[in-house]
Design a protein around this ligand. Structure first.
Ligand SMILES: NC(=O)C1=CN([C@@H]2O[C@H](COP(=O)(O)OP(=O)(O)OC[C@H]3O[C@@H](n4cnc5c(N)ncnc54)[C@H](O)[C@@H]3O)[C@@H](O)[C@H]2O)C=CC1
Ligand SMILES: O=C(O)C(=O)Cc1ccc(O)cc1
Length: 307
């Protein structure tokens, strides 16, 4: 393997993201040796069956010992406990990272346990699906997607460089920003849309059996798209909303205000207002497509792998 981004990679948590990183790291030569660790015996068994890594274990020491890059891929709510458990086994100089959808809470939970905090470089690949578990991962998940790094101010430059090289090897485009900026942007672009999807599907469900079956029968693509998002992992999303509470509540306040404006336009029969509003939003969609960001991850991944 010519010039891998790291020698020994350890992934803690082998679900959708951990198993996708394991697959990609091998396929694209990003690591010479891959160890995966999970607290679930069933997941470790499945990771072994799938041949995802050189080592699959429930033991922190076995996974983390000797690793030069350790990436925590668990739900954000347990990141602090995971950092505490892995810290005693870290090799000196190892780079530690994560993939959590929220950065502020993860940094606050993990940093106090790490003896070399300047080598903790938080990250968030903006790529995923509504599926979870080791079977749902795929090597091309990160191709042509963003991975945001939020290094601390005193970050070790070599650690940032190593992680950047790693994610680029997996096919991602890497951008760096502050923790607070990340959490505000993602509250709007990812967390709020998930909340809206959970809410609208819940509303349909609350209407009772007859409406529910009609919803399934007649669901137009708009509602179908919401049901895909609302099928996302409940533990992961509970943790995200609890961890990014302030930014999500702020965006939700803004969202409610804007919804009231639309509500008033409908009530007043303000066709011109609605037309102007919908034309503006159509332009946003067009610019997303022009930037080549229109590939829904699940389809993109399967197409790319020919599945
Ligand atoms: N699912 C998605 O689309 C994306 C998820 N993320 C982030 O990636 C992280 C992982 O998400 P997924 O892979 O989707 O979740 P997942 O549910 O597929 O996998 C999580 C794995 O972590 C394991 N785990 C839980 N507690 C643990 C502990 N204390 N020690 C060791 N392992 C433990 C679970 O057994 C499970 O196998 C989350 O923090 C999420 O915010 C980031 C980008 C996209
Ligand atoms: O499935 C989808 O549409 C997603 O939005 C996946 C996703 C979920 C969480 C993230 O932090 C990033 C991406």
């Amino acid at each position: 393997m010519a010039d891998p981004a790291c020698e020994r990679l350890a992934l803690i948590g082998v679900g959708l993201i951990g198993s996708s990183i394991a697959r990609a790291a091998r396929q694209f030569g990003a690591a010479r040796h891959v160890a995966v660790m999970d607290s679930s015996q069933e997941v470790v068994r499945r990771a072994s069956e799938l041949g995802l890594a050189d080592v699959a274990t429930q033991d922190y020491a076995q996974a983390v010992g000797g690793a030069d890059l350790v990436i925590v891929c668990t739900p954000v709510g347990v990141c602090g406990d995971v950092a505490q458990s892995l810290a005693p086994h870290l090799q000196k100089g190892a780079v530690v990272s994560d993939v959590g959808s929220v950065k502020g809470a993860v940094v606050a939970q993990m940093t106090p346990h790490l003896t070399e905090p300047a080598r903790f470089i938080p990250a968030h690949p903006i790529a995923g699906t509504e599926f979870s578990g080791p079977d749902s991962g795929f090597a091309t998940l990160f191709q042509n997607r963003w991975c945001i790094l939020t290094p601390p101010e005193n970050a070790d430059a070599a650690a940032v460089e190593k992680l950047t090289k790693f994610w680029m090897r997996l096919g991602a485009n890497v951008e760096t920003m502050s923790v607070a900026h990340h959490d505000a942007v993602l509250a709007l672009t990812s967390h709020l849309p998930h909340l809206i999807a959970y809410n609208i599907v819940g509303t349909a469900d609350d209407f009772g059996d007859e409406t529910r079956s009609e919803v399934i029968k007649f669901s137009a693509s708009g509602f179908r798209d919401f049901t895909r998002i609302a099928a996302s992992d409940p533990i992961m999303w509970r943790d995200i909303f609890l961890a990014n509470k302030d930014a999500v509540l702020q965006m939700l306040g803004r969202f409610n205000e804007d919804l009231s404006v639309l509500q008033r336009m409908i009530r007043r029969g303000d066709g011109e207002g609605l037309l102007e509003f919908f034309s503006r939003t159509r332009d946003i969609r067009r610019s997303i497509i022009e930037q080549g960001q229109d590939t829904a991850a699940p389809d993109f991944g399967r197409r790319a792998e020919g599945r």
